[in-house]
Design a protein around this ligand. Structure first.
Ligand code: CDP
Length: 311
């Protein structure tokens, strides 16, 4: 059997169907995409300006109390963070980016030669500080918005307690352009390391930003009403957000399976840049349900899931 990383196994037959379905010619369906966008927007409508993707000085007041996404807790935004928020909303309001790539972290990126294709997009989203230069050929270099998660701060950077971890962190981060998206108000317990990560960066780029918990919640609510029960993964949140922000959305590196057929059957590591095993990866997301939804969105022409080689 082929493992679906995290959760249940799928059989060869299902995997084969997915691959062949994704290989067929794909065209965007702008009408259905707009319908989907409007459905998403309904989940933000009560929030007005507060629904924007990140916190900035225009939608947040000094010392404002902020609700956490995953905990029933409210905390005032620290002054040190508030000072560094962007002055205004950096995302277009009336217009959209023409074409966007969302790069997930699946090992399917290895030997894909998709780097050039990824970089051709006008706006590129990346997840959880995936390294750039060593994977330039397969995953590209462009980075407009990159997310960071608290487990990264705690694991790779040892909670940013030691000078050398902070130095390493500052060096690593400076490879990204655009924004570095922190889930500042997502998890109560891990909130502190995330805030520390935000404040420990002293470089000029990327711009540190805090994800807006209300925006995240609106996406979460949207999907929960469509039967997605678990916490959505970062990649799935970005894919949904990209539909809001972009005319066309293409996904790369979304493949939560341990094998791929292509020309010959090959094993697929969980990540393309480290040897994290699925067992160690947290199991809080429903990757099977998410992937199934992404394939449905692909079939409808709302986004494109690229799961093969680009050469
Ligand atoms: O921390 P999280 O599990 O959300 O993410 P990650 O392992 O750093 O990977 C980033 C995103 O890529 C995930 O949130 C998934 O949406 C996607 N992914 C995937 O589709 N297949 C994989 N084998 C690994 C990640």
């Amino acid at each position: 059997t082929i493992k679906l990383w995290k959760f249940k196994d799928i059989n060869d037959h299902q995997l084969y169907l997915y691959e062949n379905l994704l290989k067929r010619n794909w065209t965007a369906d702008l009408t259905i995409m707009e319908t989907f966008r409007q459905a998403l927007a309904k989940y933000r409508s009560e929030l007005g300006d507060n629904a924007q993707i990140i916190l900035h000085k225009g939608n947040t007041k000094r010392k404002q109390k902020i609700n956490f996404v995953f905990h029933n807790r409210v905390a005032a935004i620290p002054d040190t963070i508030f000072e560094q928020l962007p002055k205004t909303n950096p995302f277009p309001q009336e217009t959209r980016y023409r074409s966007c790539a969302v790069v997930g972290n699946s090992g399917i990126m290895l030997n894909s030669s998709c780097g050039k294709d990824v970089d051709k997009h006008d706006y590129v989203f990346r997840c959880n500080l995936a390294p750039l230069l060593p994977f330039k050929v397969d995953a590209g270099m462009k980075s407009n918005l990159t997310t960071m998660n608290p487990s990264m701060v705690l694991g790779r950077y040892k909670a940013l307690k030691k000078t050398h971890s902070i130095k390493q962190y500052n060096e690593d981060i400076s490879q990204y352009d655009g924004m570095l998206w922190n889930p500042c108000f997502a998890y109560e317990g891990n909130g502190q390391p995330t805030l520390k990560a935000f404040l420990s960066f002293k470089g000029k780029k990327p711009k540190m930003v805090c994800g807006n918990p209300q925006h995240f919640k609106s996406v979460l609510n949207f999907w929960q009403e469509k039967e997605l029960t678990n916490k959505i993964s970062t990649g799935f949140y970005l894919a949904t957000t990209a539909i809001q922000l972009c005319d066309e959305v293409q996904l790369y590196g979304f493949w939560p399976f341990s094998a791929h057929y292509g020309d010959t059957r090959s094993d697929v590591p969980y990540h393309y840049f480290d040897d994290l095993s699925a067992a160690k990866a947290d199991s809080e997301h429903s990757m099977n349900e998410e992937f199934d939804l992404l394939v449905q969105l692909h079939t409808l022409g709302i986004l494109r899931v690229n799961a093969g080689s680009c050469s």
